[in-house]
Each structure stands twice: as structure tokens, then as C-alpha cells.
Write a protein that binds this ligand. Structure first.
Ligand code: PLP
Length: 375
């Protein structure tokens, strides 16, 4: 028996590539180190043979990748003496901000859109003691207000316009490279504000020791020895009712069942276009039907439960694999951004699993089993 060192979160793990010092008090909940799961049954359903993985970010402490950025943002806010943080959120950022603020002993203010927020996310923010401001408007309205109010009140913004968020989130790319022993050929993500696709590009660029224009604004750790010699093509998928990158302009009234990417005014617009160009990737869009079908397929065929927005990466990737746009033989990673338990209502609404009502008797249970065994 060999004992393992306790994993204490991504800042500690990637300390030499993140902007912290020996004295920095780390605000961590053990985020990162999420599983990279090779798809087995879904690959058999594809028209072409590929090596496809999902990075299950729903297994972070609050159930989404937002924790990777939040541990950095809150650590730095506390280091700078902040007593309060603020964010606009479609749900997951608020859940994460609330948790890390609780851990740090500071206050979180979260602006969430009235209605359109998944139950699980609201429950988290409420339990973790955030001050919840439910606004009569959508995410984009909330984001505008957060930027305005930060000039008038002593609060640190922890949305992805906070540069430390992307620094934390880039570590997902590190983990993928380390586990695959190489960079994938394609990395597919759902895109809302486009912070995460930009963060992954920073991470891949650092490990390949290659330039990206994003580093002009987001200090990257360059000058290190390259760990791999290539970077993936980055592919971003949006919901078709909320697809500013496909329209080529901001969208004012975004609509989609995938509430986490119901964003019409992406904050990382320029970064995302740079990622597309530098990586040779592309943007595309998926319908709500495709997104929900992919979410269900993942759960039914692989036992992996992600929230609707997360399934957008797989929905788009499957289409591009079948069409040959992603060539046969490729190594592909799809990020599953958040956990399925975040949004139980949408899941139950679209579930077709048989629920058989029986009396509490052996005979009835036995009959129900025999009736439902595979033929
Ligand atoms: C935040 C979020 C996204 C979108 O990420 P961006 O960085 O805004 O593009 C996608 N899926 C889930 C589950 C999220 O919480």
C-alpha cells in the first residue's frame, strides 16, 4: 500500500503557473482534477471512428467548471482585502461565488435573472448564504448592472471579466494534456460568455509554449519548456436561439432551454474570435432538441448526467464527426461544463424512463421485472 498526498485544489497543484505567492491564503474547496472519461457506447453509434472523451466538470465542488475560476478570483480578492464580491449569473457562477465567499468569510452578492434559473443552482446560492438580487431582466442586463455598480460600491466583480477567473480555468487544459499525454486534435465546448473557451486556449498555449494574443491582456506563463508540440482546434457551440457568434453580432433576447448559455452579449467576444482564428477552429449552433437529445443520450448510454448547456458540446461534436468536418481518427475532448442535478426539472420533463406503479407485493414486483427485462 502506498499512501497518496491529499489533493488540495488546483492552485496548490499548479502553483508555479498561477499568480500566487507563498504567503497567499488559498481559498479552495478541492476543485479541479475532474475525470476525463472515454466514451464507449456513444462512439459505436457514430458514423466514423474517433477517440472521444468527455471532461466531466460537473464533478467540481459546486457542480460546474466555474469553481476553477472562482478559487482564483476569490483567493485574489481576499488577498487584496475585499470584504464582498459580486457577479451576474445564469446560475452556476452564483452557486460558485456563494460557496467560495462562504469559505473565505466574505459576502457574495449575486444578480440572477427572474425565473429562468435552474432550481439546483438557486438552492446552492441560497444555502451558501449569498445575498440574492433577482432582477427583472436577463443575464446581459445583470452583467451591465454589475459593471456599473462596481464603480459605486466596495465589491469585487468575479464574473469572467475578472482576469483571475480565466487563469484558474486554464488548468482544465493542463489536466487533459497530462492525462492524454498529448493535446487533443479537437476540443469542443458550449459557449456563453466565451470565457471558458478562451481560458482553455491559454492553457493549451502555455503547455505548447506558443503565443496567443489573449496573453496580451491575461498574463500567461510563457518561456517555460514546451510540454507538448501542438494545440487543438477549438470548437465552440451555441444554442441556436442564443448564438451571437453565428449571427456575427450581439443578440438582444436570447432564448434556449440551456439556461447556462442563454447569453446574447458575450463578455469575451474578442478573445473568442482570436481563439477561433489562432486555433483554426470554428463556431456552430445546435437546436434545443439536439441539445436535449445529446443530454439524454449521454445519460442513457454512458451513465453520465450533465446539465443541458453542457450537452451542447457533444451535440455539436457528434454532428461534425458524422459530417466529416471532424475527421475520422481524431482525438476529441468535449467539456461537460455542469452537473445534471443542477436542473432536475428539465431532466424529468424530457425523461421517457418507464415508471411502473405497483402494489407492495412480491407478485406485482416480479411481474413488473419480467415485463421490463430486455427481450
Ligand atoms: C458558465 C457556463 C457555460 C458557459 O461558459 P462561458 O465561459 O460563459 O462560455 C456553459 N455551461 C455551463 C454549465 C456553465 O455554467
Amino acid at each position: 500500500m502506498t499512501f497518496r498526498t491529499r489533493y488540495t485544489g488546483l492552485i496548490e497543484h499548479y502553483r508555479d503557473r498561477l499568480p500566487v505567492s507563498d504567503d497567499t491564503r488559498l481559498i479552495s474547496l478541492g476543485e479541479g482534477n475532474t475525470p476525463l472519461i472515454q466514451l464507449q457506447n456513444i462512439s459505436d453509434l457514430l458514423d466514423k471512428k474517433v477517440d472521444i472523451y468527455v471532461k466531466y466538470e460537473g464533478l467540481n465542488p459546486t457542480g460546474s467548471f466555474k469553481d476553477r475560476g472562482m478559487t482564483m478570483a476569490v483567493t485574489k480578492a481576499v488577498e487584496d482585502g475585499a470584504k464582498a464580491i459580486i457577479c451576474a449569473s445564469t446560475g452556476n457562477t452564483s452557486a460558485s461565488a456563494a460557496a467560495y465567499a462562504a469559505r473565505a468569510g466574505i459576502t457574495a452578492f449575486v444578480l440572477i435573472p427572474d425565473g429562468k434559473i435552474a432550481q439546483g443552482k438557486l438552492a446552492q446560492a441560497m444555502m451558501e448564504g449569498a445575498v440574492i438580487l433577482q432582477i427583472k431582466g436577463n443575464f446581459d442586463d445583470g452583467m451591465r448592472l454589475v459593471k456599473e455598480v462596481a464603480d459605486h460600491a466596495p465589491v469585487t466583480i468575479v464574473n469572467s471579466i475578472n482576469p483571475y477567473r480565466l487563469q484558474g480555468q486554464k488548468t482544465a487544459a493542463f489536466e487533459i494534456v497530462e492525462e492524454l499525454g498529448r493535446a487533443p486534435d479537437f476540443h469542443c465546448l458550449p459557449v456563453g460568455n466565451a470565457g471558458n473557451i478562451s481560458a482553455h486556449w491559454i492553457g493549451y498555449s502555455e503547455y505548447a509554449n506558443q503565443e496567443t494574443s489573449i496573453c496580451a491582456l491575461h498574463k500567461c506563463e510563457t518561456g517555460n519548456k514546451a510540454i507538448v508540440d501542438s494545440r487543438p482546434k477549438m470548437v465552440g457551440y451555441q444554442a441556436d436561439g442564443s448564438a451571437p457568434f453565428m449571427r456575427g453580432e450581439m443578440v438582444d433576447n436570447p432564448e434556449t432551454v440551456a439556461t447556462a448559455i442563454r447569453i446574447g452579449h458575450p463578455q469575451s467576444w474578442d478573445f473568442a474570435l482570436a481563439v477561433e482564428k489562432e486555433s483554426g477552429g470554428w463556431f456552430d449552433e445546435c437546436s434545443d432538441e439536439e441539445i436535449l437529445a445529446a443530454q439524454k443520450l449521454l445519460a442513457e448510454k454512458e451513465g453520465i448526467f450533465c446539465e443541458p448547456a453542457s450537452a451542447t458540446s457533444l451535440a455539436g461534436a457528434m454532428r461534425d464527426i458524422n459530417s466529416g468536418k471532424i475527421p475520422e481518427g481524431s482525438v476529441i475532448v468535449c467539456t461537460l461544463t455542469g452537473h445534471g442535478l443542477k436542473d432536475p426539472d428539465t431532466a424529468i420533463k424530457q425523461s421517457t424512463a418507464p415508471v411502473v406503479k405497483v402494489d407492495a407485493q412480491l407478485e406485482e414486483v416480479k411481474t413488473a421485472i419480467l415485463d421490463n427485462l430486455p427481450k
